[in-house]
Design a binder for this molecule. Structure first.
Ligand code: ADP
Ligand code: MG
Length: 467
């Protein structure tokens, strides 16, 4: 049969994205798109849903949104929902904390409503995500917002025995959320059937590629019927991501939120950067922690698992801290995260891999004890705070070895109107002299389909390793 509720796109007049040349009064849509830095390319892009009423979502879904207390769609939701409802492929580039999860989950619920398959014959919707923490968060969100729509959802991830996951899978699920490694294992065991999959989501595609999941992703996607809809989300738009998007998506609409050029550092985060010698980091860390309001949540990022454990132990006594990293069992990780979420342990000491994709709503402070191995990770890390409109603070320790990141860091700081300390600027200038940095990473697809090379942002010279 036809759709169970009126498709809003059929009821709305096709809205032009831009007014006539020389228009004096921009349309409300134009004002919205400009204000939220939304750009969409790919032909016949529908107008954004600026309010929840605009969406025409079924009442049971709107009710759950209302219960959650949300007042309006986030810009990524506003622009991608109408496109997704047209069954088109999307590649969306937006910073963390922009509401991407519901950006694809709600269209997935609508998709399920339009085509009810028997979940026992395999999932209809498949979501790939980089880490188990992120995968279980997506499942939680799917179960919460899909409750009234009676959506079933199961989760497959590594680091836990397969037995239980396989049993859940046999019981059947409309949506399967999985990390690529575990899903590929289960696929090779022939314990999952993809014949019904008609909506594929790749969440945090850039992270999945960073983590080396490309072969698994390709094997999985090869098993999915080609007449599917594919939605891909990424925080960054480097060459590798563009390549896989080109291979897996069909005539996608590309949606950018914010200035990708400036690596989308969230302007509601106050970023402090200081040059701190290795020997003085711990003392400075304790000073910062003492200056925070008691009990406010903080994440400290370090480069090694060992340092995570050491730091958690030494600051734990005075401040309440726990470590999370790849050597911990799933049970330990769950426990630590719960303690952190509930506020019983207000400080989390983490490696990048462990913290990837975590959505913990009220993190006040992010501390980069060690600088990450790339500017994208810097933006990702500080993106743990300042989520969903809250304000946040980040402190970053830069030691002399980190000079090569200084030019990119200065760009990110300037892009977000942050103070650049003179010694950091000087470090950047010196690094610029040694390495003018391969900074051309973002090829943005323009409205006319041509590509523009953006001469900014990027990893500086770290990849060419000449110095
Ligand atoms: P991303 O995947 O882009 O990093 P998430 O999907 O994890 O972001 O969303 C970040 C937070 O914003 C979550 O806590 C989520 O519940 C919340 N959120 C999602 N949509 C809305 C909305 N329309 N209004 C307010 N908050 C929202
Ligand atoms: Mg997300």
């Amino acid at each position: 049969g036809g759709p169970p509720f009126p498709n809003p796109n059929l009821m709305r007049p096709p809205a032009a994205l831009t007014g006539p040349p020389g228009a004096i009064h921009p349309s409300p849509v134009e004002v919205y798109l400009q204000k939220h830095e939304v750009t969409a390319t790919g032909g016949d892009v529908p107008a954004p849903f600026m309010t929840f009423e605009d969406t025409g979502f079924p009442p049971e879904i709107l009710r759950e949104i209302h219960v959650a207390g949300f007042t309006s769609p986030t810009p990524i939701q506003a622009q991608t929902w109408p496109i997704a409802l047209q069954n088109r492929d999307i590649v969306a580039i937006a910073k963390t904390g922009s509401g991407k999860t519901l950006g694809y989950l709600i269209p997935a619920f609508v998709h399920l409503k339009r085509r009810r398959n028997n979940p026992q014959n395999g999932p209809t919707v498949l979501v790939l995500a980089p880490t188990r923490e992120l995968a279980t968060q997506i499942q939680d969100e799917a179960l919460k917002f899909g409750r009234a729509s009676r959506v079933s959802c199961t989760c497959l991830y590594g680091g836990a025995p397969k037995v239980h996951q396989l049993k859940e899978l046999e019981r059947g699920a409309d949506i399967v959320v999985a990390t690529p490694g575990r899903l590929n294992d289960i696929l090779e065991m022939k314990r999952i059937d993809f014949r019904q999959v008609s909506l594929l989501v790749l969440d945090e595609a850039d992270r999945m590629l960073d983590m080396g999941f490309e072969p698994q992703i390709r094997k999985i996607v090869n098993e999915i019927p080609p007449q599917r809809q594919t939605l891909m989300y990424t925080a960054t738009w480097p060459k590798e991501v563009r390549k896989i998007a080109g291979d897996l998506l069909r005539n996608p609409v590309q949606v950018n939120i914010g200035n990708v050029d400036q690596l989308a550092a969230n302007k509601s985060i106050t970023q402090y950067v200081e040059v701190v010698p290795q020997m003085e980091k711990q003392r400075r860390l304790e000073q910062i922690l003492r200056s925070q309001e008691r009990g406010s949540k903080a994440i400290i990022f370090c480069s090694t698992k060992k340092l995570c454990d050491q730091l958690a132990r030494s600051i734990g006594r005075s401040f309440g801290a726990a470590a999370i990293h790849g050597d911990k069992s799933q049970g330990e990780r769950d426990w630590v995260l719960n303690q952190f979420r509930s506020g019983k342990t207000p400080i989390l000491v983490a490696t990048d891999v462990a913290a990837r994709g975590l959505d913990i709503p009220d993190i006040r402070v992010v501390i980069n004890y060690d600088f990450p191995t790339g500017i994208e990770d810097y933006v990702h890390r500080i993106g743990r705070t300042g989520r969903a409109g809250a304000t946040g603070i980040s402190y970053t320790f830069l030691s002399d070895q980190d000079w090569k990141y200084a030019p990119d860091l200065v760009k990110v700081l300037e892009g977000a109107n942050q103070h650049v300390p003179p010694n950091v600027r000087e470090m950047a200038l010196r690094a610029g002299g040694r390495d003018r940095g391969g900074m051309n990473r973002f090829d943005l697809v323009e409205g006319d389909g041509s590509r523009t090379r953006w001469d900014s942002g990027g990893r500086g010279g770290m990849r060419d390793g000449a110095f």
